[in-house]
Design a protein around this ligand. Structure first.
Ligand SMILES: [Mn+2]
Length: 326
């Protein structure tokens, strides 16, 4: 189906249902919270007679400034509801066990479509954030939809966070247009950026530790392993630890950067890159994601070493065949 037809099909489904439940992925980030709460705002404001819920199990305290989700509803409500899952590439990662009880399911996502689930599957890998898809959907049907400042703020927040504050390669003319469209709703950007940038002093001290202790490979991979000991010493949550991957994003010559985070029974890996694509690293080690931002899982130090060596070989080949990287 062409893009406009898909969007129309989604709008038709929304109109058809009296009850709609929006779901999103586990370990919520700014984009999945923003797209869930932003879509909820659009639907509530546009269709005041419908019951619209945004429901997920695990929360993220640092994102509460864009709003909070609804508490769980009964199974009976699921059974008569349309479920819309946002920003979630794989069905298993939806942070809501009840979604499969819904009457119909729509997937709206911007990750590679490795699991095309749902009665309608709307994937836009040309957008750097799920919030862009929601904003574009809204913009398409602006004559019949409404949104408040809170909804626009939530969508803006997701765009800001999933694009590294508008720095990553996915920023296109269309994305800037959508940002402009959202700005018409009076978003307080200082409020958003203050909330996103403010850090606990413990997290800043840990960043100092990361910058003093990261390792580099011969061809340009920077990496750091956050062991259980370090995580305990600095009192980190998983989210604090995961965000630290960005501390390694601007080191000259290191085109791939990786953070390893010890969990109870596995080591979570976050891989990022500039110029060169790094998603092959995630795919090789039980993960995946975007061309230049992906995740993986490993189980021991030997696998950490192998993963780093594999990433190093990717950078080596890239540098041998390309110029102009920094
Ligand atoms: Mn996203």
């Amino acid at each position: 189906m062409a893009d406009l037809e898909l969007k129309k099909a989604i709008l038709d489904k929304i109109k058809e249902y009296d009850s709609i439940i929006i779901a999103r992925h586990i370990r919520p980030d700014g984009d999945c919270m923003g797209s869930s709460l932003g879509l909820r705002d659009i639907l509530r404001t546009s269709f005041p007679n419908k019951k619209i819920y945004s429901i997920g199990k695990s929360g993220a305290d640092y994102l509460k400034f864009i709003g909070t989700e609804d508490s769980e509803v009964s199974e009976d409500i699921y059974k008569e509801s349309l479920i819309i899952a946002v920003d979630t590439s794989v069905k298993d990662r939806i942070d809501n066990d009840n979604v499969l009880k819904g009457k119909e399911l729509i997937k709206i996502d911007h990750h590679l479509n490795v699991d095309p689930y749902g009665d309608i599957c709307y994937v836009r890998t040309d957008f750097p954030a799920a919030c862009c898809i929601i904003a574009d959907f809204y913009d398409t049907f602006k004559d019949e939809l409404k949104m408040t400042k809170d909804g626009a703020t939530a969508l803006f927040c997701g765009m800001v966070t999933d694009t590294g504050r508008f720095r990553y390669a996915g920023m296109t003319k269309r994305v800037y247009e959508l940002v402009g469209m959202l700005m018409e709703y009076g978003i307080d950007t200082e409020f958003v950026f203050s909330n996103l940038y403010i850090r606990e002093s413990g997290a800043l001290k840990l960043e100092g530790w990361v910058l003093n202790n990261y390792k580099e490979t011969p061809n340009g991979v920077a990496y750091i392993h956050l062991t259980k000991k370090i995580i305990k010493k600095y009192g980190l949550t998983y989210d604090d630890a995961a965000a630290l991957v960005n501390s390694l994003d601007s080191i000259k010559g290191n085109l791939i950067w990786i953070i390893f985070i010890d969990l109870d029974d596995q080591i979570r890996v976050r891989v990022r890159s500039r110029y060169v694509e790094c998603v092959a690293v995630g795919q090789k080690y039980r993960g995946g994601g975007h061309p230049r931002a992906c995740g993986a899982t490993v189980y021991n130090k030997k696998e950490i070493k192998e993963l780093v060596e594999y990433a190093d070989s990717i950078v080596k080949e890239y540098k041998a065949n390309n110029e102009g990287w920094l």
